[in-house]
Design a protein around this ligand. Structure first.
Ligand code: GTP
Ligand code: MG
Length: 381
């Protein structure tokens, strides 16, 4: 952001409260009034920004009447609305909450307080005081604990209420987060990126009241969007772990195919390991290649560690071409050997199926390494 004189624009030293709002005519006015009282109690200047996505019940008018600045966001969704609100906010401290009167906005100074002690992001923990009937059983005992546990296991995020929509942060932290989600999964994205960028996250006890008006949260759709985001930002989980397992399984299967020389008899079933080995090895090697590419993409955006840092960028394509080419060449040589032996003698040599499977596997894995190297290099340009 630059001002008219060309210098960096400094945010004002007050509080911006951002409220995404979609058809909340019953409550938005009360929320804006409470937020303005909360700002005034904090003793600092401030503003309330309501982000509307085409409400049809007059929410925008009600918000304006109550003293909010209303901005509009064409892309539908909670995350899109919040990101628009963050961009429009003029103050250094940004507080986000809902426009459904479930959060105690008069107490916003308490939520923002840890920022003065060095926190970058503060989460208001609704579980400290949930009013009867404020949160459906499924969300309270299944949805939120499941997302908490996933975030803790996959990313080491340790918060009691990962889905709280009442949060405070500084402008600098918001810029570092570089948020991109359009939907409710923005709540998880914020925590994952805060953790990856080593921001300090604090929690304060808060409360959660019964909502008036219709909830915009759809448990299945939004639950899936959270899960998808958690997986997509974790290439080690999606690619590395399955890749290592498949590769190990493939190598074991190949070893069994060579050692046994034929089928394995399990009860009345006969199993030919020679057919399974190539499938496991090719899938495993592909997953590992995709892990490298995915990890590099996230590292470029500052959200993952660079695992291929030991190999300078300009050497990576050469390494992929040389390594992949060599592996494919070994496969071709085995094929050539089998062809020569077959031409020389009319009978099929011992272990020929195993050797042929190994040859095709090496050709595919080598060629894929070359292709992945080209893909990685082209995305660097
Ligand atoms: N502008 C805008 N606001 C939205 C959109 N979806 C949800 N919101 C607002 O975002 C806030 C959070 O949505 P809620 O429906 O309260 O979701 P929730 O708090 O997880 O669920 P409840 O506990 O049922 O309230 C509310 O103020 C909504 O009006 C959207 O697409 N656009
Ligand atoms: Mg709500």
């Amino acid at each position: 952001m630059a001002d008219e004189s060309g210098g960096a624009k400094r945010p004002a030293a007050g509080i911006s409260v951002v409220l995404p709002c979609l058809d909340e005519a019953a409550t938005v006015e009360a929320c804006v009034s409470k937020a303005l009282r909360g700002i005034s109690r904090s003793g600092r200047p401030g503003e309330v920004v309501v982000v509307d996505n085409g409400s049809t019940d007059g929410s925008d008018h009600a918000a304006k009447q109550a003293g909010a600045r209303v901005v509009r966001e064409p892309t539908p969704g909670y995350g899109a609305a919040l990101r628009r609100g963050f961009a429009a906010a003029r103050h250094d401290v940004v507080v986000m909450a809902d426009a459904d009167d479930t959060y105690d906005l008069e107490d916003l100074a308490a939520v923002a307080a840890p920022l003065a002690d060095g926190a970058d992001l503060v989460i208001a923990n609704r579980f400290a005081n949930i009013r009867a009937g404020a949160m459906p059983w499924l969300h309270r005992w299944v949805g939120v604990p499941a997302i908490n546990a996933l975030l803790r296991t996959v990313y080491g995020v340790r918060v009691s209420d990962s889905q709280s929509g009442y949060r405070a942060m500084r402008r600098r932290a918001l810029d570092q987060l570089d948020l991109r989600s359009d939907g409710m999964e923005l709540a998880s994205e914020m925590l994952i990126k805060a953790r990856r960028r080593r921001l300090r996250v604090a929690e304060v006890p808060s409360s959660y009241s019964v909502r008036r008006g219709e909830s915009k949260l759809r448990s299945l759709r939004d639950g899936w969007r959270h899960l998808r985001l958690i997986l997509l930002l974790a290439p080690s989980l999606v690619f590395l772990a399955p890749g290592v397992c498949l590769l190990a399984l493939g190598l074991l299967t190949f070893a069994a195919a060579f050692a046994l020389g034929g089928a394995i008899q399990v009860g009345g079933l006969r199993w030919q390991p020679v057919f399974a080995g190539p499938i496991f090895v090719v899938l495993g090697a592909n997953a590992l290649g995709m892990w490298l590419v995915g990890q590099e993409r996230l590292a470029r955006r500052g959200i993952a560690r660079r695992h291929a840092a030991w190999l300078p960028k300009k050497r990576r394509l050469d390494a992929a071409l040389a390594g992949g080419g060599l592996v494919a060449l070994i496969g071709l040589c085995i094929d050539l050997f089998l062809f020569v032996v077959w031409v020389a003698s009319p009978s099929i040599p011992v272990l020929a199926p195993q050797l042929a499977a190994l040859a095709q596997t090496l050709i595919i894995v080598g060629a894929n390494a070359v292709l992945l190297g080209l893909l990685g290099a082209s995305s660097d340009i």
